[in-house]
Design a binder for this molecule. Structure first.
Ligand code: IPE
Ligand code: IPE
Ligand code: MG
Ligand code: MG
Ligand code: MG
Length: 299
């Protein structure tokens, strides 16, 4: 099968759902009286710039595979994207990766200023939980989503992984350390996206566990490819500067294993992710196709 046909099913789903997700993100990022215009503009700059929307698409795919209509899960899909967008705005700050290009546009602190970018990130993170608490019904489901997302975004997962990523700069590190960083800074949010979606379909524990394993392998593969794109990608396509990881002395897959072995590892992880899906009762074709897209992507 060609890579185009392997990824076609996901691409079709993404083309159909992305405009719906983006219309909701647009609505959710209009704040009422009290929010300064410049702050709202910075929030929308970070959020509405052309991202792949992979995490909200994972929420909607998991909802669908577990028997819920994807539309019911849209607030959760937007909440996850808001946390992700905040993490990017802060990741790019001078105190972190110090990047000037994101999603093909100046990073938030470059387009505005550093304080505004920090505050825009704070507002995006907070808004995510407001959306879950307000728009997910019934309230027990809202609470479950809040807990799952808070844990994935918190000190032991995303934030902890980011902290260790910075601590590992310019230092020798091993594969186990690197995988633990990637699993937390990137993988945890992919796992949470799938689990949130599955909650809408009232998935059983076994289904949740299979989706979590799929998300874990997918997350690791996704970050390996992100590391590869930093070395081999075209900024016109990635919308990010290339070579930043090398310049900052980041611990990455290609720096440890080289390009070819990293690509092989990503492909192997995707095969592992896909094989877990055969145990799920629903139609997993979108998630299978999405996994192939993750390793074949050029942005
Ligand atoms: C970038 O995420 C940050 C990582 C976790 C590697 P994406 O590659 O999903 O970025 P967008 O959302 O499409 O801009
Ligand atoms: C960031 O990883 C992961 C996040 C939690 C945002 P990177 O620092 O490699 O992401 P990019 O390459 O800047 O998008
Ligand atoms: Mg980073
Ligand atoms: Mg970065
Ligand atoms: Mg990167």
């Amino acid at each position: 099968m060609t890579s185009q046909s392997k990824t076609g099913c996901f691409r079709q789903f993404a083309d159909q759902m992305r405009p719906v997700i983006e219309a909701h993100l647009d609505r959710y990022s209009r704040f009422g009286r009290g929010c300064p215009d410049r702050l709202q503009a910075a929030i929308r700059h970070g959020l509405l710039a052309p991202g792949k929307r992979l995490r909200p698409l994972l929420v909607l795919s998991a909802a669908s595979i577990c028997g819920s209509s994807p539309a019911r899960a849209l607030p959760a899909a937007c909440a996850v994207e808001m946390v992700h967008a905040y993490s990017l705005v802060h990741d790019d700050l001078p105190a972190m990766d110090d990047d000037d290009l994101r999603r093909g546009q100046p990073t938030c602190h470059n387009a505005f200023d550093e304080a505004t970018a920090i505050l825009a990130g704070d507002a995006l993170l907070t808004r995510a939980f407001e959306i879950l608490a307000h728009d997910v019904k019934p309230s027990e489901l809202a609470q479950r989503c809040c807990l799952e997302l808070a844990q994935a975004a918190g000190a032991c997962q995303l934030v902890g992984g980011q902290s260790d990523d910075l601590a590992a700069e310019q230092r020798a590190g091993d594969l186990a350390t690197l995988e633990r960083i990637h699993e937390r800074k990137t993988g945890a949010m992919l796992v949470a996206s799938l689990r949130l979606g599955a909650f809408f379909g009232a998935a059983r524990d076994e289904q949740l566990s299979h989706l979590s394993t799929y998300g874990n392998r997918l997350g690791l593969a996704f970050q390996i490819v992100d590391d590869l794109l930093d070395q081999t990608g075209d900024p016109q396509q990635t919308g990010k500067r290339s070579g930043q990881d090398t310049q900052r002395g980041k611990l990455t897959f290609p720096s440890l294993l080289g390009v070819d072995a990293s690509r092989r590892r990503a492909r192997q992880l995707v095969e592992e992710a896909v094989s877990v899906l055969s145990s799920l009762p629903g139609d997993a074709s979108i998630l299978i196709s999405l996994a192939h897209y993750v390793v074949e992507r050029n942005h």
